[in-house]
Write a new protein. Structure first.
Length: 450
């Protein structure tokens, strides 16, 4: 439990009576939720302000209660001393006097608890069946062509609906489906009225309404057959039952719920003055938008007209520019040709003054040719002499000539290795001896290493 001030400082700080009462009030209101209390009314007083003051007591205790006018206006039955009630209360303190009291949110006559239990059971059942789901709700037409009202004729609720519809949308037709809205036969008649409206298909939306009353008076709208008829209706249904604080099963099943019959009429009937005002706003907005668009287009036309040129004038300007460019091209070409002619003359003069001596060149060329021939002849003779020397040396080194003088060459018969020392062979080896003409094979019997 959280206190409005710190307990650590409670002994070091002295509170005023006002602070004590204020903190105690906050402590009670923040830590005790709304709860139901039952008891007997005594000392009931109604003040000119509309507030009701009384005590709620039982055989052993009593407590002061206040029922403010903005909460008690929905009670359409008479409170009396000695009456047993059940009250939904907020536990608090009246600060100026420090009186412990109950602020009443709503009351009901004692003994209605069973009805509330039945209400909660049916509500839970239908909710689990999906009758309250938003995706199952039918959409209301923004501009219905005809409205049906299911209620009892000659009642204040019907008069309020008709007056509101005539004030807001006088041109909207209304069809009344008369039915009982209280009593044993009321549920069946309401179901029949809904089915009749769906069969006739003459309305775009239905209003199911009734004025305020006690829970017993409104109990017909908590009947399961009424809830199923609303859910199965092919026409969207708006509920306007009782006062703003009254909730019935029909409110949860209906496609839209209004707090009162008048609220249901306001929900359906578009206010023609508001529509006219909205249409005027739309017209002004559209008018301004069209004017702005026209101005933008006019400005764009002016821009295009400024940029637009008559084709003949444009061709004439192009012809003048072509003539100018042609003249420029001719001038540039003529200047380039003149420049190149001048350069050609300069080269011609240079050739005439610095040209080569042909006869002297021919004489020099002849001398060079003779010198080349002489030098090539000497080089050729030297190369031939060198080749002959190499040929003679090669002939002297030819082993065939050596063999012709009586020498021979010995090879190992097994691997063809040239034998040039006696240590390379041993007794029992086979050798091959090559002569100047032919060869032979021999078998080693003995080796002399001398």
């Amino acid at each position: 439990m959280n206190l409005p001030y710190s307990l650590e400082n409670s002994t070091s700080r002295i509170l005023t009576v006002s602070e004590l009462n204020r903190n105690t009030k906050q402590l009670l209101e923040q830590n005790i939720p709304l709860l139901w209390v039952q008891g007997e009314i005594s000392n009931l007083k109604r003040y000119p302000s509309g507030h009701w003051y009384f005590s709620l007591k039982d055989s052993a205790a009593q407590i002061r209660c206040v029922f403010f006018n903005h909460k008690n206006y929905a009670i359409d039955w008479q409170l009396k001393d000695g009456m047993h009630i059940e009250a939904l209360v907020l536990v608090t303190i009246y600060e100026p006097r420090g009186d412990y009291q109950l602020n009443i949110e709503t009351i009901r006559q004692a003994g209605l608890g069973k009805l509330y239990e039945a209400f909660e059971r049916l509500k839970s059942k239908l909710e689990n069946a999906g009758l309250f789901r938003a995706e199952n709700k039918k959409t209301l037409s923004n501009f219905p062509k005809q409205v049906g009202v299911i209620t009892s004729p000659n009642t204040a609720a019907l008069r309020d609906v008709i007056a509101t519809m005539q004030r807001r949308t006088p041109s909207l037709p209304i069809i009344i489906y008369p039915t009982l809205v209280q009593g044993k036969m009321a549920a069946t008649e309401i179901v029949n009225a809904i089915e009749t409206a769906c069969q006739r298909k003459e309305c775009d939306v239905l209003i199911l309404c009734r004025g305020g009353g006690s829970i017993e008076d409104l109990w017909v709208f908590n009947e399961e057959i009424v809830a199923l008829a609303i859910a199965n209706s092919s026409i969207p249904i708006v509920s306007g039952i009782g006062h703003e604080t009254d909730f019935t099963i029909a409110d949860f099943v209906a496609d839209r719920r209004a707090p009162t019959p008048t609220g249901a009429a306001e929900l359906i009937g578009q206010d023609h003055s508001e529509l006219n005002h909205h249409l005027k706003k739309l017209f002004n907005h559209l008018n301004h938008s069209v004017l702005r668009q026209i101005e933008r287009i006019m400005q764009k036309v002016d821009t295009f007209s400024y940029r637009l040129v008559y084709p003949g004038n444009k061709i004439q300007r192009q012809a003048i520019r072509l003539h100018y460019l042609t003249k420029q091209l001719n001038n540039i070409s003529r200047h380039a040709i003149e420049k190149r002619v001048w350069k050609l003359n300069q080269f011609k003069k240079y050739l005439l003054t610095n040209g080569p001596n042909i006869s002297q060149t021919l004489t020099h060329t002849a001398k060079l040719a003779m010198s080349l021939n002489s030098g090539f002849s000497r080089y050729t003779e030297l190369r031939l002499h060198h080749i002959k020397s190499l040929d003679l040396l090669l002939a002297q080194l030819n082993p065939q000539l050596v063999l012709k003088r009586g020498y021979s060459i010995t090879y190992n018969a097994s691997d063809g290795t040239l034998i040039h020392h006696s240590k390379q062979i041993k007794p029992g080896d086979n050798i091959q001896v090559k002569f100047a003409h032919g060869s032979c094979e021999a078998h080693i019997k003995k080796i002399n290493n001398v």
